[in-house]
Design a protein around this ligand. Structure first.
Ligand SMILES: Cc1cc2nc3c(=O)[nH]c(=O)nc-3n(C[C@H](O)[C@H](O)[C@H](O)COP(=O)(O)OP(=O)(O)OC[C@H]3O[C@@H](n4cnc5c(N)ncnc54)[C@H](O)[C@@H]3O)c2cc1C
Length: 459
């Protein structure tokens, strides 16, 4: 389809090409829908490729770890691992086993698979408005390199992270900042010339103590002790999550602009501290900041059901399950992180009803803008869950369009059967233990031994 035409028509349109939206697009396309995927950046992956380097949420955090996310997310995991662009990180910080990946190869993979599955990807295209009628989204207004574009579809998925489609369609949203509950943002850095072996041998407790001493000396502005550096999938490379920028509203452009500046300043200062004070970083250099500051929460959709912290912590089951998680509630504040684990190592369900936007018959919200309370979102926002929700949302949107019904009245057994046949994990009897000792724990190496220690840890 030529992008010079001003009006384009699809079965399913997905706003936001982050890990949730990209997987939603693949899922809908595999279900036979004509799919448009709209992304304002020049590549897919969103936070996964702009800011980060490690998937969490694929496995429960206990011992033994159980796999709770399969399907398209697992296909992505397998492709990256098979090509040597990903490796497994030990459960060093209690978040469960992570999967470190090279974000540039993840961009390439999203390019290849969306093209292969026939998804029409609109990069450099921003959603600016939505026309609705009688509880249905009918048409999106987009702007692509200054050119206005109209796009209509029968079903829609908001995977914008900010619930921007729901907001522009006049639907119900909750703003994390306005409710007074929001997580800190983080500017990440890619580093080169790190002596990762030396850095990994340095115990984490010592690192926090060094930060405290540096702060007390008055020579470094390093306001919190809980910092994370993870060796990356390129030799001598590391990915640094050092900053906590609290108190800003990510949906207010002036506040977000101030947060970006504050994040870079804080990141530079922590890097200076690492270079001067911490073994392994004497020659470390900044390669790049994350493309933008990492936003953990902003707006969330209000759905038919709001997933709650009780649901998460008690491992609640729902008949309309479309994804699962065993990951703790992890609230990253301005000074430190608050981790709350599920009781008895349970696994909770993410139900379709928490993706169905209240008051709409053809609009779902998936990924970090699902309908959930502050604490529940702080568990369900992990990338494995975002991809699993995307797979569920894409399949549900495609099926409801093909049957001509609302996602609310979908035949659930048919939807769940399709998802399970595609490899998704929806039920506890599908869980299998994961043996990290026989998995690559370093790019290109199998069973390298040692595991993640020292300054390397989770989210
Ligand atoms: C600092 C930080 C550290 C984290 N650490 C980890 C970790 O180690 N492991 C882990 O699993 N999870 C981690 N998370 C959580 C996880 O990365 C995110 O919750 C997840 O990636 C969100 O995916 P998403 O697709 O829902 O949203 P996003 O990644 O935010 O994607 C939304 C996409 O929509 C696009 N978009 C938005 N508005 C528009 C519009 N109007 N028009 C067009 N496009 C639009 C954006 O450009 C973006 O590409 C972390 C998050 C942060 C911020």
């Amino acid at each position: 389809m030529s992008a010079t035409r001003s009006h384009h028509e699809f079965d399913v349109a997905i706003v936001g090409g982050g890990c949730a939206g990209a997987v939603a697009a693949l899922s809908a396309a595999r279900a036979g829908a004509r799919v448009a995927l709209i992304e304002r950046m020049g590549y897919l992956g969103g936070t996964a490729t702009s800011v980060l380097d490690s998937f969490y949420g694929f496995f429960t955090p206990g011992e033994p770890p159980f796999r709770v996310v399969g399907g398209i997310a697992q296909e992505i995991e397998r492709s990256l691992v098979a090509e040597g662009h990903a490796f497994y990180r030990e459960n060093a910080h209690g978040g469960g086993i992570g999967i470190g990946y090279d974000p540039e190869h993840l961009k390439d993979l999203f390019d290849d698979i969306t093209e292969r599955e026939g998804v029409q990807v609109y990069l450099h295209t921003e959603l600016t408005g939505a026309r609705t009628s009688a509880g249905r989204v009918e048409r999106l207004s987009l702007i692509a390199r200054g050119e206005p574009l109209e796009l209509s579809a029968a079903g829609f998925v908001d995977a914008s992270g900010d619930a921007s489609l729901v907001r522009l369609a006049g639907g119900p949203v909750v703003n994390a900042a306005r409710g007074g509950l929001k997580q800190a943002m983080t500017t990440t850095m890619r580093l080169a010339n790190v002596d990762n072996e030396l850095a990994r041998s340095f115990p984490r407790e010592h690192l926090a103590e060094y930060v405290r001493q540096a702060r007390a000396s008055g020579r470094y502005e390093v306001p919190h002790d809980d910092i994370h550096v993870r060796r990356s999938s390129t030799g001598g490379g590391a990915h640094a999550l050092l900053t906590r920028i609290g108190g800003y509203d990510a949906t207010d452009v002036l506040e977000l602009s101030a947060a970006e500046r504050a994040g870079r300043r804080q990141a530079r200062e922590y890097l200076r501290f690492l270079q001067d004070q911490v073994p392994g970083y004497a020659r470390a250099e900044l390669v790049s900041y994350g493309v933008h500051i990492g936003v953990r929460d902003s707006r969330r959709a209000v759905g038919d059901y709001e997933l709650t912290s009780d649901d998460v912590l008690n491992g609640r089951k729902f008949p309309d399950v479309i994804a699962q998680s065993g990951s703790p509630v992890e609230i990253q504040g301005s000074d430190d992180a608050d981790w709350r684990y599920l009781s008895d190592e349970r696994v909770y369900d993410i139900p379709l009803r928490s993706l169905i936007v209240s008051g709409f018959d053809n609009l779902l919200a998936a990924g970090r803008c699902l309908s959930a309370d502050h604490e529940a979102q702080a568990s369900a926002r992990l990338m494995a869950q975002c991809m699993a929700m995307g797979e569920g949302a894409g399949a549900a949107a495609a099926l409801s369009v093909s049957l001509g019904v609302s996602p609310r009245t979908l035949p659930l057994p048919e939807l769940q059967d399709r998802l399970v046949r595609a490899g998704a994990i929806l039920f506890d009897d599908q869980h299998v233990p994961f043996d990290i000792t026989s998995a690559p724990r370093s790019p290109g190496e199998v069973d390298r031994g040692g595991g993640a220690t020292g300054a390397e840890n989770a989210v």
